[in-house]
Design a binder for this molecule. Sequence first.
Ligand code: HEM
Ligand SMILES: CC(C)=CCC/C(C)=C/CC/C(C)=C/COP(=O)(O)OP(=O)(O)O
Length: 482
Amino acid sequence: MATTSSSFPRPIGSRQRFSALLAATALGVYLLLIIGATTSLTNAAAACSTWPTCHAPADPLSQTELVIAWGHRLAAVIVGLLVAATAVTAVLGDVSSRVRWTILAAAALYVIQVGVGAATAIFGPAAIVPGLHLTLGLVIFTGIVLALAWDLELATGEANDTIDQPEPLESTAVDGEAPAARPLPTGRLARARLTAFAYFKMMKPRLMWLLCLVAAAGMALAAGPSLTVSTIVATLGGGVLAIGASGTFNHVLERDVDQQMSRTADRPLATELIPVRNAMAFGVLLTIASLATFLTINRLAAALGLAAIVFYSVVYTLVLKPNTVQNTVIGGAAGALPALIGWAAVTNEIGWPGLALAGVIFLWTPAHFYNLALAYQDDYARGGFPMMPVVRGETETRKHILYYIAATLISTVALAWITDLGALYAATVAVFGGIFLWAAIVLHFEQTESAAFRAFHASNAFLGAVLVAILVDALVLTGAVL
Ligand code: HEM
Ligand SMILES: CC(C)=CCC/C(C)=C/CC/C(C)=C/COP(=O)(O)OP(=O)(O)O
């Protein structure tokens, strides 16, 4: 990263103490949102019809609900104090006017939110507009995160931190020749093993576990406990082959530019270990195998599988990636398609829960990849790719990571709203979402490669854990949602 050589971590001055307070408030509002959603989903509010305190209900079965309702009330008080302290500091302190006004608007909405909460408790949920409390909570959270992103931009950012001239790679190809490949082993078996491993690597196996979890979560939401092993095997089999096919085409199409980048210079096509013709044949074979596998389920799954392969290989790799800074954002649609494939494999149609899951993946993708783009920005600049940190700078990229995390977290609440996902899902989103948000906030204060990798791993841990929670919730705990 460009800033690793500067004097980070920076000393925390009073300016940055405000940012830290705002960050704590953002995390607090987020946790409150999750506890609030849990209160609503578990019907815990019904266990407490008094305000501001809750009285123990006569029915001992409602004790758990009472604890959740009390937790929500206590969290609301603590977070309310944090919001108030942030608003007062914003008025008195040296902050930008858009940050100050956004915090004041959020604080005013918080007061209204307390009133709505009291009305719900005393007069019952029927007395207020459905969804008003949740919507206000989401607006408050969005406001606080926007204020945080804008404030951190000023407190920790730099005006112009784009890359003009990247350092050339020492081993860069000369006159279009491939970088010197490692000498091939002499033994036949060792050579065959090396080649087989190269074909395997072209399938981008490291991405498969998470993309398979996405498809599995789509299936689980659609089928619940009645999900059959044959549907799982065919969908994940077709998915693995489709990822392999698109990864292989990606290797073919980027073989020249891969030679310019240190992360990719040793890829089998960049080093000419595998001839282009063979790789193309492998990709076509994988595509046919994938479609044949999907067709054993239904035609919609096969059509979506083909769309994912074409979108990633052609639209993303060839059109978007070299030409627009929004490559990652639009390209996220390819990674979101497995959610629809999973849903379609069970239902033979496209449904709202599948679309909502796809929405979570779509919004998560920039928050996932921008961390890597920060860590590898010199490499991407060498390859001539207009990635966010290269053309807009690190400061802008860090801000966008926060935007997309907020959008992702909001979309996870929306997913819970239109499905029967319950407490396990809510707790997982809360814990791993909090860690993800925290890692992105730390990335502003600690502008190093290792902090960027930490946020990247937090992004994968977040999505992985949330998807596993969906699986357990839908397959074991709650049953079918259809
Ligand atoms: C435009 C969209 C995306 C871009 C540009 C992107 C980019 C990357 C890159 C460059 C890597 C490093 C690969 C390597 O060094 O071998 C990576 C790793 C990874 N990505 Fe993404 N990604 C995107 C979307 C996704 C999606 C949708 C998923 C799954 C839902 C995903 C899951 C993963 C996983 C699991 C890893 C490997 C992590 C590890 O090895 O620890 N990515 N991504
Ligand atoms: C079902 C199916 C076919 C899904 C395909 C969707 C898919 C593979 C999405 C992931 C996108 C991705 C990992 C891009 C990697 O970036 P990059 O290609 O820019 O990374 P690189 O620089 O390592 O080549």
